[in-house]
Each structure stands twice: as structure tokens, then as C-alpha cells.
Ligand binder design. Structure first.
Ligand code: ADP
Ligand code: MG
Length: 720
């Protein structure tokens, strides 16, 4: 057998279990033990400084230098006590990964460990290697990272990590986190103003987020033999295994022992980092799993999701496993996503998406529900763009959930509530009427409680007390889509309030004014609501009739970012300037081109250097065989047929790869980055990927298994 593949498979056979012991039976004994949280702060800071830091965290205020010095010194002692030697500013550049630059606490000059407030508050990473979409070249050569005290400092891999935002010297955001934090402020402002219609005590509204993370796991030795997985994160070749996901026997089935050990291990480490992981299970495809933490405040949840991915990667190494976060590592099997469970919660403890027993509160619930639906309808294109990536293109609109068409699922109960409200549009409600009764709003809670409606094909579903945005890619930084969601909901809430106030000025009673605006919004946004099968062909047709966009390819979906209205929206809510938005568009296009380019190269190289030579070797064997048979006067037609088939596939590979390389070459000369990206999508990916793959996968079936150089799907996917 091809030696590399053979050796890797042997190695997998001889794997020993790596057992994991919990540090303690009770999670509370080690939860957050690697986090410099409020408990540590309270213990190590003077009361005055602790108060300052807490209030800075709560109100997003700046921290003065004396305070910073005291925090730095306390953090240093805490970290040194835990055997930490280095510190780093931890940030989320637009590459999608997290970044860090480690510095030691040790100061050789004085011979002791030092950590000043200034080093805590600000740092200058060598920013030149991070994407900036032209911002830095135009404005300023360097950027800096600035401490975000609202996300706790933690220890990862014996390094003290300080969560930071990353900005250019001219103040432009170069990361995901800064705009997310601004969008949290935007939705807070708009939501508080609407809440004030119902409850004067509400002073703050915070988005919450719980991220269900899907991923694949394969043995590390097998991973190492597949250049496509290593370079592109997905297998560009590989015939479907006989036993795929047809039987769905994997779903919620038992988790393989090695994977369970790995899960247990990373969960312990996650809990130490304060990541409240709570559920684990198998997913639909073999080799696919999911982890979900309890929801948290959105900024923290975003940091925690990024951190969790880093952690899983690292712990996976220890277990000789490779975690694949790509949206579609294996053709023919379900892809991976991140379900973003999002809601808005007030400082009085009310989840604004939770139907309640009080009719008054239900009207508030309906305001937020309807505003969110309208936001998704008004800005479906922007929401679609927020999840666009080369990897996610393999999922969205590729006959698996969710589709590229953005729609909202509500379940039958809420649908009928909204339909009723809309239908009663002409219902006269007079002062003194029991409006809630008349409109059927008072009954929502009971009906909702036993609402077990589930629709797994919807990209944006209401799930009882939160919305679940399911179209986010498994490798994405959730800050991108969550920033957009916060902003568009803020925008609609602002309008809603304005219209309600207008009606009130015209003499309408408050609750009647609210209902009137809601009715209008329900009608306006009705087209975006869909309760059926989201990946049926019928829905594609129906959506087209409704005028809903169905943009399946990233560079086309991203066009909306150059829309003037989008620029105005982000500016109005002080989330992104025009320059920042433009830069982001370019970075996303650059990322897309890079990804397709790498995949295309890997496809070419693998076919030319591995597949074709192997096919020829085997073909030569067949030729010997055919000649031998002929010499004996026997029928050699079967051998000749296979020889011909192999030739056809080799020919097709050579021709298509040649043409694909030519297409790349001419596209690389295209100056306009949007045109280049669209060209990569149409003239490289669409034009050749499937054809090339088809030939290779056919050869896999023809060529003697002994010779085949690439580890096969069935060997990668069914871990013991
Ligand atoms: P599912 O049935 O979709 O698996 P779960 O109840 O298990 O739903 O929740 C999935 C995720 O949603 C978890 O991360 C959970 O913490 C989160 N979640 C639950 N309630 C909320 C909420 N109000 N806001 C945001 N996320 C939430
Ligand atoms: Mg879910």
C-alpha cells in the first residue's frame, strides 16, 4: 500500500486511550480558576480600585493610570503564583483567527518580574501582517491593542492573556471586537428607549449569546497525510463511503471513546477558563460533534467561542486528534455551523423575547419580536453578507440546511398571533376596551410554553425565548454576524419608537399607538416569514416570487457592503465608519480569493503529483495484464475497458487543470478586487472544481486500493 497512507493507518491502529481525570468532582471547585475575575479582583485590589474597575466594566469607562498600575501588579502576582512566565494582548484581527504576541514578565535589567499598568492597557503588536483592507497603508503604518476590561483576563497555555481591541493609530477598528462592542451600545440605546414605554426602571439592555459549535474530529496522523485538509481545511477529493449518513445512526448515538476523552479534557480546561460548556453530543454526520456553552453576555460569549476553538485545537493535539472547524470538510456529508442563540436582557432581569403572564409585558415582547423580524426583512442582504465566506458557500444554498435565502421561522403559535394581529388591522379599539383580550395577545404565554415546534431548515428561527441564527459558519468569528444583528435591530427599534411617539402626539393612547405600529410592521415584513422546508426547491421558487434574495456566492453577497444605505446605517449607529466598512469589504474579498486560490492549487498539485502518477502505475499493471491475457489467447476486454476509462479521466484532469491554471493566471491580473473575487468564483471554482473532483473520485473507485495515496473517507470518518 502507498506507504504514507499505510503508515498513518497503522499508527491509528496502535493508539492508546488517553484517560482524563477531573481535578475535582465538583465543577465549582475549579470553574474560572484560570480567570482573573471579580473574585480575584476583590481579593487582591484595594476597595477603592476594585470599585473603579467594576464601574469601568459596567459602564464602559476608561481606567486611569494609577488604577491600571494596581490592577497590573495584582494580575502579575496572581499569574506568577500559577507558574505563568509571559503575558500577551489577545485580540481578534480580521484574519478570523485570534492573535497574540508574547512578552516575558522578567526584566533582565532589574532581575525581577515586572508588569506595569501601561503594558496592561496598551501594546503595539507588529501589525503589518494583519489584514487592514488598505487602512494602514493609506493612513498610518501601525496599530495598537487596547485592554477591554469587560472581558476577563485569563491564563492560556502558561501565558497571561489580556482581551483587547485592535485599532489603527488613526482610530479605525482593525478587528472584530471593537465594532461588536459599539453595536452592543447601539442596541442598548435603542432597546432601553423602547423598554421605557413599559417600564421606567430599565436602564440597560444587553444582548446575550449562546453559541452551539459544530465540528469534525479525525485522527491526527490521517490528517497529516492529506495536504488538502492541512492547506485548505477541507478534503477536495474523496469518494463517499458506502456507509455515509444515510442511516442517520450517528445522530445522538454513542460518542467514540477517544472523542469522549478529548471532550472531557477540553471541557475541564474550558471550565477553568470560565467558559460554561454544558452540552455535548454527536451530530448528523459521522465524525461530527457539537459543543454548547450556557449563554452569556455577547462580548464575553464571543471571546469564549474564539477561545474555545483555540482550546479544542490544542487539547486535540494531546489526544492525537485534529479538530476541523471548516464549514464543509467532507463532500456528501452535512457541513458544520455555529448556531447563534441571541436575545436581549434588561438590567431588571427580563428577557425581552420571553413571553410572559402579564399582557402588558407581552406587548413589550411583541415589540421586540416584531422589530427583530422586520430588521431581518429590511436588512436580509446585510445579514446574508455577514455570514459570507468561501467555506460557508459550500453549505448555504447547497441543498442542506440552512439555505442562502434569509427567512424567519416563528412556529405555528406565534404565526397565528401575528396573523391575528394583522387580520384585526381594522378592528376599532376604543379607550377603555380590553385591547389585549380583543387582540388575543393575553394568551401567548400558555400556548408558547408547550410549543415544541422545531424547524431545523430555517436560517433564523424563534426558539421559545430567543432567536437562533443558524446560518453562521462553523469557523466564523461570531462577532461579524452579531454586530450586524445588533445594529439592524437597533435601527428598527429606533424607528418603531419614533412612529409610536408620532401616533401618541396625534392623540392615541400609548398601547394603541404601539399596536398600530406593530400591525404595520407585521404586514411590511410578512414576506420574510417562512414555516416550511427551507431547503426544498419549492421554497427557492416561492422565495423568488416573494422577491427575497438568494445569493449563493460570497463575492456577490458582499456587494451590499458597498451600498450607500449600509454605510449610512453603520455610521448612524456609530459602529463602522465608511472607511472601516470599505476596508472590511476588501478584506473579506481578499480572504475569499485566497481561499479559492489555495483550494485550486491544492487540487492541481494533488492531481498532478499524486493521483495521475498513481493512476498511470495501476494502468501499466493493467496493460501488462491485458497483454498477458492476449498472449494466452484469452479475452482481455475487461482490462482494456478499465484502461480506457482511466485514460479518459487522466485526460480530463490534465485538460481541466491546465485550463484552471490559465484562468487563475488571467484573473490575477485583474486590478478590481471585486471583479477578481467574482472571477475566482465563476471562472475557477464553478468552472472546474466539480469536474476535476469527479474525475479523481472516479479514479479512486477504479484504482487498486493498495496503490491509492490519499487516506479514504471511510478511514477518516469512523473513529473508534
Ligand atoms: P436547543 O434546543 O436549540 O439545543 P438549548 O436550550 O439547548 O436549545 O440552547 C441552545 C443554546 O441557546 C445554549 O447555548 C443556551 O445557553 C442558549 N440560550 C438559551 N436561552 C438563551 C437566551 N435567552 N439568550 C441567548 N441564548 C440562550
Ligand atoms: Mg439549537
Amino acid at each position: 500500500m502507498a506507504t504514507l497512507r499505510h503508515n498513518a493507518l497503522m499508527m491509528v491502529q496502535s493508539r492508546e486511550r488517553i484517560r482524563v481525570e477531573s481535578p475535582s468532582l465538583r465543577i465549582s471547585d475549579y470553574f474560572e480558576s484560570n480567570v482573573f475575575g471579580s473574585k480575584e479582583m476583590k481579593a487582591s485590589l484595594s476597595p477603592a480600585v476594585y470599585k473603579k474597575v467594576s464601574s469601568a466594566i459596567q459602564k464602559g469607562e476608561k481606567i486611569d493610570s494609577t488604577t491600571a498600575d494596581e490592577v497590573a501588579s495584582a494580575v502579575k502576582s496572581w499569574a506568577l503564583g500559577k507558574g505563568v512566565t509571559h503575558y500577551t494582548h489577545w485580540f481578534q484581527p480580521l484574519t478570523g483567527a485570534t492573535a497574540e504576541k508574547h512578552d516575558t514578565f522578567f526584566d533582565a535589567q532589574s532581575g525581577i518580574e515586572k508588569f506595569k499598568g501601561t503594558a496592561l492597557v496598551q501594546q503595539e503588536p507588529d501589525a503589518s501582517s494583519f489584514p487592514s483592507g488598505g487602512i494602514r497603508t493609506t493612513f498610518e503604518a501601525r496599530g495598537y491593542t487596547a485592554w477591554d476590561p469587560s472581558s476577563p483576563i485569563f491564563i492560556f497555555d502558561k501565558t497571561l492573556c489580556i482581551p483587547t481591541i485592535f485599532v489603527s493609530y488613526t482610530g479605525e477598528a482593525l478587528d472584530y471586537k471593537a465594532p461588536l462592542m459599539k453595536s452592543v451600545e447601539a442596541v442598548n440605546n435603542a432597546a432601553v428607549a423602547v423598554c421605557q414605554l413599559f417600564d421606567r426602571n430599565v436602564k440597560k439592555v444587553t444582548p446575550s449569546l449562546g453559541v452551539e459549535q459544530e465540528y469534525f474530529v479525525i485522527d491526527r496522523a490521517l490528517y497529516a497525510t492529506r495536504p488538502d485538509l492541512v492547506m485548505a481545511g477541507r478534503s477536495v477529493y474523496g469518494h463517499n463511503p458506502a456507509r455515509g449518513q444515510q442511516l442517520d445512526d450517528h445522530y445522538f448515538g454513542s460518542i467514540p471513546t477517544r472523542v469522549r476523552d478529548f471532550m472531557k479534557d477540553f471541557e475541564i480546561e474550558a471550565l477553568k477558563l470560565g467558559i460554561p460548556v454544558s452540552t455535548r453530543h454527536n451530530e448528523v454526520a459521522p465524525g461530527q460533534f457539537e459543543v454548547a456553552p450556557l449563554f452569556e453576555e455577547i462580548n464575553k460569549a464571543t471571546d469564549h467561542n474564539q477561545l474555545l476553538m483555540d482550546l479544542m485545537d490544542k487539547i486535540g493535539e494531546k489526544h492525537n486528534l485534529k479538530v476541523l472547524f471548516h464549514e464543509k470538510p467532507f463532500a456528501g456529508l452535512n457541513g458544520s455551523g455555529k448556531h447563534n442563540n441571541w436575545s436581549l436582557i434588561t438590567d431588571t432581569g427580563v428577557n425581552l423575547f420571553q413571553p410572559s403572564n402579564s399582557a402588558r409585558e407581552n406587548l413589550q415582547f411583541l415589540c421586540f419580536l416584531v422589530a427583530t423580524i422586520k430588521a431581518v426583512y429590511d436588512h436580509a442582504d446585510l445579514l446574508r453578507a455577514s455570514i459570507a465566506s468561501a467555506g460557508n458557500d459550500f453549505r448555504l444554498g447547497a441543498n442542506e440546511a440552512p439555505p442562502a435565502i434569509i427567512s424567519v421561522f416563528l412556529g405555528s403559535t406565534l404565526t397565528s398571533v401575528l396573523d391575528e394581529l394583522e387580520k384585526n388591522g381594522n378592528l376599532k379599539i376604543e379607550k377603555g376596551d380590553n385591547m389585549y383580550m380583543k387582540l388575543g395577545i393575553s394568551k401567548i404565554p400558555e400556548i408558547i410554553l408547550d410549543n415544541t415546534d422545531r424547524n431545523r431548515t430555517s436560517p433564523f428561527a424563534f426558539t421559545g425565548n430567543k432567536f437562533e441564527f443558524r446560518a453562521v459558519g462553523s469557523s466564523a468569528n461570531v462577532a461579524g454576524p452579531m454586530t450586524v444583528l445588533n445594529v439592524i435591530v437597533a435601527e428598527v427599534l429606533k424607528d418603531l419608537l419614533k412612529e409610536v411617539e408620532k401616533e401618541m402626539t396625534a392623540g392615541k393612547e400609548k398601547k394603541i399607538a404601539i399596536v398600530n405600529v406593530l400591525r404595520k410592521y407585521i404586514k411590511d415584513s410578512k414576506k420574510v416569514r417562512f414555516e416550511g422546508d427551507g431547503y426544498s426547491e419549492a421554497w427557492e421558487k416561492e422565495a423568488e416570487k416573494r422577491g427575497l434574495a438568494n445569493l449563493k456566492r460570497t463575492p456577490f453577497a458582499l456587494d451590499i457592503l458597498r451600498d450607500k444605505k449600509v454605510a449610512e446605517l453603520f455610521q448612524k449607529h456609530k459602529v463602522l465608519t465608511d472607511v472601516e466598512l470599505h476596508a472590511r469589504h476588501e478584506i473579506l474579498l481578499e480572504n475569499y480569493i485566497m481561499k479559492v486560490q489555495i483550494e485550486s492549487r491544492v487540487m492541481g498539485d494533488l492531481a498532478l503529483n499524486h493521483i495521475i502518477p498513481t493512476a498511470i502505475t495501476y494502468q501499466n499493471k493493467l496493460i501488462d495484464n491485458a497483454n498477458g491475457l492476449k498472449g494466452l489467447g484469452l479475452d482481455n476486454s475487461a482490462a482494456i475497458t478499465t484502461i480506457k476509462e482511466i485514460s479518459t479521466h487522466i485526460e480530463s484532469l490534465k485538460t481541466n487543470i491546465g485550463k484552471m491554471i490559465d484562468a487563475r493566471r488571467s484573473l490575477n491580473k485583474v486590478e478590481d478586487i471585486t471583479k477578481r473575487a467574482k472571477g475566482y468564483s465563476s471562472d475557477v471554482k464553478e468552472a472546474y472544481f466539480d469536474q476535476i473532483r469527479y474525475a479523481v473520485d472516479k479514479l479512486e473507485l477504479l484504482v487498486d486500493d493498495e496503490y491509492w495515496p490519499l487516506v479514504k473517507y471511510r478511514e477518516m470518518l469512523f473513529l473508534k
